[in-house]
Design a protein around this ligand. Structure first.
Ligand SMILES: C[S@@+](CC[C@H](N)C(=O)[O-])C[C@H]1O[C@@H](n2cnc3c(N)ncnc32)[C@H](O)[C@@H]1O
Length: 284
């Protein structure tokens, strides 16, 4: 690793963060900045056990350099430290300063874009892309960049979505936002069509030179409750963005009506069975 000063402490700006990145990237960054607290509290724990399974499947190692790209609030840090092994280094990279700020302060945190990692060629033994690829404008560019910084034979670990259906309770929040006149979330270019099945993940990763691609499909199986759905959906993500566009009386009405409807739903409506894809591949 040639980047100086990777010693934990304050969040550092990657030397080329933001270069060449357009409006969708800046918009997504702002959405995650605004929703970081609710994401950290409610959504990150729902994803964690699946992302952790990616990491835990690696054989034990030592002195590994591990990059968590789009690592968000750093939920994977303990697992990544274990896989980095004695003498290893774990670096968290993300565009959103709001997310990075919530990650453990004793690890190097770099504000950087997946499209331009401020990391030398072949510097990493493990690169993680957990729940990031689908929301990018250019997933192929991101995987190419991950392959560039990965040493030959190193591990690329990716988690992403197959069929993403959400919990039925989410529809209640959506309907109430519609009823209150919240503006729609902007249509942003995404990469789902490159990433939403095992076959597509294989095509994408092999096109970027990665080898030994293997994908496992599972169900998110995350169960929420009325209070967590209300806080999570009005506090983060696309619905959270819509909620923040309302004035105070509008928010108040959405909160009241949504809480009432959520309380009447059966418990199954709080179960999210979206498909999760876990992919392992080796560096070119
Ligand atoms: C769904 S969250 C996943 C966070 C974490 N990997 C996890 O599993 O909880 C997506 C993360 O990707 C980051 N992100 C989105 N677009 C990015 C980009 N172009 N460059 C770097 N990070 C990006 C977001 O800021 C956010 O932290």
């Amino acid at each position: 690793m040639t980047h100086p000063g990777l010693d934990g402490g304050p969040i550092q700006l990657g030397h080329n963060a933001g270069v060449g990145c357009g409006r969708p990237e800046r918009f997504i960054e702002a959405v995650y900045d605004a929703g970081a607290a609710a994401y950290d509290h409610y959504w990150a724990p729902a994803l964690h056990r699946h992302a952790r399974a990616l990491v835990d499947a690696l054989p034990a190692g030592h002195r590994r350099t591990v990059l968590d790209v789009g690592g968000g609030v750093g939920t994977l840090a303990p697992a990544l430290r274990a896989t980095a092994g004695p003498g290893g280094l774990v670096v968290l990279l993300d565009r959103s300063r709001g997310m990075l700020r919530r990650a453990p302060g004793d690890m190097p945190r770099l504000q950087a874009d997946v499209a331009r990692l401020p990391i030398a060629d072949q510097a990493a033994d493990v690169v993680v892309l957990a729940f990031v690829l689908f929301l990018l404008t250019d997933a192929r560019g991101a995987v190419t960049e991950a392959a560039r910084v990965l040493r030959s034979g190193g591990w690329l670990l990716a988690a992403t979505w197959g069929r993403q259906q959400g919990a039925g309770a989410d529809d209640v929040v959506r309907d109430e936002l519609d009823r209150a006149g919240a503006p729609p979330f902007p249509e942003l270019p995404r990469s789902d069509e490159l990433t939403d099945s095992p076959a597509r993940m294989t095509v994408l990763l092999e096109a970027c030179g990665l080898t030994h691609v293997r994908t496992e499909m599972r169900s998110l199986d995350a169960r929420f409750d009325p209070a967590s759905v209300l806080a999570m959906r009005t506090g983060s993500g696309a619905l959270g963005w819509r909620y923040t566009r309302l004035d105070d009386p509008g928010r108040d009405a959405v909160r009241r009506r949504t809480a009432r409807h959520l309380a009447a739903l059966p418990s199954d409506a709080f179960l999210d069975r979206s498909e999760v894809l876990l992919t392992w591949a080796r560096g070119p």
